[in-house]
Design a protein around this ligand. Sequence first.
Ligand SMILES: Cc1cc2nc3c(=O)[nH]c(=O)nc-3n(C[C@H](O)[C@H](O)[C@H](O)COP(=O)(O)OP(=O)(O)OC[C@H]3O[C@@H](n4cnc5c(N)ncnc54)[C@H](O)[C@@H]3O)c2cc1C
Length: 341
Amino acid sequence: MVYDVLILGRGIAGAVLAETCRLRGLSVHVFDHKMPGNATLAAGGAVNPVVLRRQGLCWGASFLMPSAHAFYTAWDRRLGLCTWHDAPVVRLFANDKEAEQWAGAMRNPDLLPVLARRPEPEIDDGPFQAPHGHGTVTGAGWLDIARLLGAQRRDLLAGGALDERQLRPDDIRPMDDGIRAGELKGRWLVDCTGAFSGQVGLVPVKGETLTVRIPGLHLSRMVYGGTGLVPAGGEFFHAGSTFKWTDIWEGPTQEARDWLMARLAEMVRLPVELVDVHAGVRPAARDRKPILGVTGPRRAVLNGLGARGVMQAPWCAEHLLDHLLEGKPLKADVDVGRYSS
Ligand SMILES: Cc1cc2nc3c(=O)[nH]c(=O)nc-3n(C[C@H](O)[C@H](O)[C@H](O)COP(=O)(O)OP(=O)(O)OC[C@H]3O[C@@H](n4cnc5c(N)ncnc54)[C@H](O)[C@@H]3O)c2cc1C
């Protein structure tokens, strides 16, 4: 058998690509071996079209958000799950200047549809410290990544479409009419190995998140103050994250844990219980845009998802398959070729 697509790596990039191939009726086989530093396992799952620090839309928000929303809600429907949650992001202003900047940003026509300054009962009546007020990003959401990817894993294993093992460079050999990965043959091999790859153009960034329990706090929104709080079911939350450009593979550190717990103590007037710590390495590109395209004979890449993997992966998977299988041109700003000159 010759598979249409072989996929190396099943973080959010490989997982979404596998589902997109399935939707197109393509035969697919995935190789994945979980290793410390996996970005997807550390991610909180937040999907936010606004860069809160700059109060501007992030790159591609106008096409990435609708694509992500449609993709994950359709996947949920097929699996009978509810892993996508429409939820606003509430920004707690650090000072009066930030509140004024938000008011200014709300006059920007591009941001009008997504920024608001409305009452938020969960914040106003809740245990949050917000002396300078807050603003709301509408049109955001969060994904329960672990649940969705866990369900996909069971499906793929049941269908014999997932090998949970590490492929080494010499397991991959181009052939005249395709490419071989281990014992399997495909028309294309797509590398979705994130920061583990040696992909030119990547500047990997380490991040840490915590899983915390905050008894008494029930929240349907995501809240960002000194750090972010993303609901994770009941009284559990993902908190984070940090950014670090050195010693990126060192794993969880006491320093990051203390920093995140201190930010939470400033944000929430309730005791916070630490449940778990996570460290991952974001596959960020130098220009903070995805990296897609052909890298060699029958080989392609879907990488560079940086800090917004959940939002970017569905559009990237479609765009890459359109290019590989239908010969459609890639958008210049995501083309891997921009790093080859
Ligand atoms: C702390 C933190 C918090 C984050 N929070 C968010 C968030 O809230 N929202 C959001 O959208 N994004 C978030 N991100 C970013 C997001 O996690 C990444 O954009 C995304 O996970 C990248 O996915 P990926 O599939 O490219 O890489 P990865 O998730 O790293 O997946 C790569 C996979 O390939 C496997 N692999 C590598 N080499 C091989 C091999 N030779 N053989 C077999 N398997 C191999 C790896 O083990 C891994 O399973 C966060 C990242 C971090 C670190």
